[in-house]
Write a protein that binds this ligand. Structure first.
Ligand code: PLP
Length: 361
């Protein structure tokens, strides 16, 4: 069999340990997963009802254009309907962008460490990857500019950045966009948009009219709590969307997912409540880090990256034994850190207690 050569260097996605497996292995009755930045409060009741209401339609293909969802998202975001591209999660939008713009003659610029799917998909397309190290957890936009040449087709800005939780400030992004050559698509991944509270976090949608080479990514997986259903979307000018649409599968978002996402948009109170609680949860972790003099990155997402100054797998395993699954920094390019998803107040307090014991012992 002649597998594409670039696939040989890739590993399949390594999901965190499943809850059931951890229960068995450590003989636990309660296991909490704070590893994938999922919403600890679930999703809106309205979304659940919308899913039930859809069950008689499962024999029928979904609307491949997501017309109803499209209308609602367009209103919600404040753009025209033809300025949206829906994906089976924003993961799939990343894949579509790579299919449409990358090939072995092209290169793509991104930060490191950042969300791994940009690189993963670019490698599959055979493109050259140009990675620019973060500085104090932040994107080094000036350095990223210097990596652009005539063969650069896509540049990725993840803000808030996964796994650091840091964000690109408004003025920085404006300066940067004004300097990026027009042949380069700038993808601004705002997966954690609903959680952001920083006042100088840029509102990027109004920038679309000045920057035809800008694309914004959002998702229903994080603050909306619909990760299982896989709905994300890209926002960009209509001409660009039309050109990359052929790289999208015809029925890529399911009927159930579209219905749930529409209903989720009708319950903004749920999202803002989750965002408020997340802010309080981050404070619990900040306090813990300050008490124990641990370094961390201030986060605008629903997760926090903390430096334990020792092999992250050690801390990861100590938590696992007590029934808390987090993300070891070893897999994230931060070998002495853990990335912990902010849970409920009680979950945060419990995990902090375990961490305190571990660090102080
Ligand atoms: C979680 C995440 C996504 C993927 O979200 P889906 O819509 O579930 O595919 C995209 N980008 C970043 C930065 C993320 O953390």
């Amino acid at each position: 069999m002649q597998i594409k050569e670039q696939l040989l260097s890739l590993k399949p996605y390594q999901p965190g340990k499943p809850i059931e497996e951890v229960k068995k292995e450590f003989n636990l009755t309660k296991v909490v997963k704070l590893a994938s930045n999922e919403n600890p409060y679930g999703c809106s009741k309205k979304a659940k009802q919308a899913i039930l209401d859809e069950l008689d339609q499962l024999a029928i293909y979904p609307d491949g254009y997501s017309a109803l969802l499209r209308t609602q998202v367009a209103k919600h975001v404040g753009v025209n309907e033809d300025e949206l591209l829906f994906g089976n999660g924003s993961d799939e939008v990343v894949q579509i962008i790579c299919r449409a713009l990358l090939s072995p003659q092209k290169n793509t610029v991104m930060a490191t460490p950042t969300f791994p799917q940009y690189k993963h998909n670019a490698v599959i397309e055979g493109a050259e990857i140009r990675e620019v190290p973060l500085v104090d957890g932040d994107h080094n936009l000036d350095e990223m500019l210097t990596k652009i040449d005539e063969n650069t087709t896509v540049l990725w800005v993840c803000t808030p950045n996964n796994p650091t939780g840091t964000y690109v400030k408004k003025q920085e992004l404006l300066d940067f966009l004004s300097k990026v050559p027009k042949h380069v698509l700038v993808v601004v991944d705002e997966a954690y948009y609903e959680y952001v509270v920083a006042e100088d976090y840029p509102q990027t949608v109004p920038l679309l009219k000045d920057y035809p080479n800008l694309m914004i990514l959002r998702t229903f997986s994080k603050a909306y709590g619909l990760a299982a259903l896989r709905v994300g979307y890209g926002i960009a000018n209509a001409d660009l969307i039309r050109k990359i649409e052929p790289a999208r599968e015809p029925f890529n978002t399911s009927r159930v997912a579209q219905a749930a996402a529409i209903a989720a948009l009708e319950d903004p109170a749920f999202v803002s409540e989750c965002s408020d609680k997340n802010k309080q949860g981050l404070q619990q972790f900040y306090q813990f880090c300050e008490d124990l003099k641990l370094e961390f990155y201030s986060s605008e997402g629903n997760f926090i990256l903390i430096d334990f100054k020792r092999d992250s797998d050690e801390v990861f395993n100590a938590l696992l034994k007590k029934g808390y699954i987090v993300r070891s920094g070893n897999a994230l390019g931060f070998p002495t850190h853990l990335r912990i998803t902010v849970g409920t107040e009680e979950q945060n307090a419990e995990i902090i207690e375990i961490l305190k014991e571990f660090v102080l012992e």
